[in-house]
Design a protein around this ligand. Structure first.
Ligand code: AMP
Ligand code: MN
Ligand code: MN
Length: 335
């Protein structure tokens, strides 16, 4: 069942009638942020709508893993983003502050539409399609486009498939329903090269990354009695190490997926030093016994129940101590 039917109808009406639409996604965009935004952007452009897309954070550089996406030419740096768009759509963005320097468009736009699936979503738009059961924002975009009668071209399908594959952890997470696979089948039926897409995202990085991954894993700490005895594994990727390796924050998104393999730990945490702003971007993952979304929301961040993050301006030790205190106090869910 689709939730938010009224909102879906309203968004279809808005997108079908607007001569120009401005799209944005969360800062530090991931596969679903970029994929849902560019999938929608490409579809709107194909029907003759004027489209721009952006995110409000530095650096304004598409992460290397996603530089194959069709529709990158829709991107404008945030400084060139319209000051008062007619229709502004925020995709995969849980709260206005996650729009970074574009957050003011929420109020300056004639109409602000939110399309998202985060449990922590604050419903900051004028129209809010927030479906927490959706595996990815790309799923919601695919549904909106179907309602609009837009054809699924390869230019639309490739970004949407990117959002779907990344937010389901390659179709492994619990949100991977039969309808997720049905959507994947429809996207593949357009003839997109899913093998090249997943290779670009997961199996293609500079050698410097492989070495940095080794260092990150070698310095990882396992604390079996943390989180009320459920176990915590953590590691730090220092900003200096990133700089030395010629890598950015976006290039080390995958470190957490290696760390969370440790069977002794329910919770995995990666502290990523921010080379531009200082402090740490913190990624957390749970295997199902702790709602890390609630934990990270309490720490000023947000996310999903089992994959969430926050930004910390403390040092590494202080950050981990604050997170550990919050994790220790978190209720254990039935698994
Ligand atoms: P990541 O660990 O960066 O892959 O993020 C996991 C999930 O948490 C994603 O859905 C992010 O959008 C969300 N998230 C990460 N950092 C933050 C933050 N500072 N504020 C709100 N949500 C976040
Ligand atoms: Mn995202
Ligand atoms: Mn998402």
């Amino acid at each position: 069942m689709s939730s938010g039917l009224q909102e879906r109808d309203e968004i279809v009406r808005l997108l079908s009638g607007a001569p120009s639409v401005a799209l944005a996604c969360h800062v530090g965009p991931d596969g679903d942020a970029l994929g849902s935004m560019l999938g929608l952007g490409n579809a709107l452009r194909e029907r003759g709508t004027q489209v721009v897309a952006s995110w409000g954070g530095a650096p304004f550089r598409v992460p290397a893993a996603y530089d194959f996406l069709p529709g990158l030419d829709l991107l404008v740096p945030p400084e060139q983003f319209p000051a008062a768009p007619e229709v502004f759509v925020a995709l995969d963005t849980a709260s206005a502050d996650r729009l970074g320097t574009l957050a003011d468009r929420v109020t300056s736009a004639q109409c602000c539409v939110v399309v998202d699936h985060h449990a922590s979503n604050t419903r900051f738009g004028g129209v809010n399609l927030v479906d927490v059961s959706a595996a990815a924002t790309a799923v919601l975009v695919a549904d909106l486009l179907e309602r609009m009668g837009e054809p699924l071209t390869q230019e639309v399908a490739a970004p949407l498939y990117t959002g779907l594959v990344t937010d389901t952890g390659s179709f492994k997470y619990v949100a991977t329903t039969p309808s997720v696979h049905e959507l994947a089948a429809r996207l593949l039926a357009t003839g997109i090269r899913h093998d090249l897409i997943t290779r670009a995202i997961y199996d293609n990085a500079p050698f410097g990354y492989v070495q940095l991954l080794g260092r990150a894993c070698a310095n990882a700490q396992l604390v079996p009695d943390a989180v009320g005895g459920l176990g915590l594994v953590s590691c730090v990727v220092a900003a200096e190490d990133l700089a030395r390796s010629g890598l950015g924050l976006a290039d080390v998104e995958g470190v957490i997926d290696v760390l969370r393999v440790a069977q002794e730990a329910e919770i995995a945490v990666v502290l990523k030093g921010d080379p531009l702003e200082g402090g740490f971007k913190v990624s957390t993952r749970s295997k199902g016994a702790v709602d890390v979304g609630a934990v990270c929301t309490a720490l000023g961040g947000g996310g999903h129940r089992f994959a969430a993050g926050f930004t910390s301006h403390e040092d590494g030790e202080g950050t981990l101590a604050r997170l550990r205190a919050e994790l220790d106090a978190a209720p254990h869910l039935p698994v």
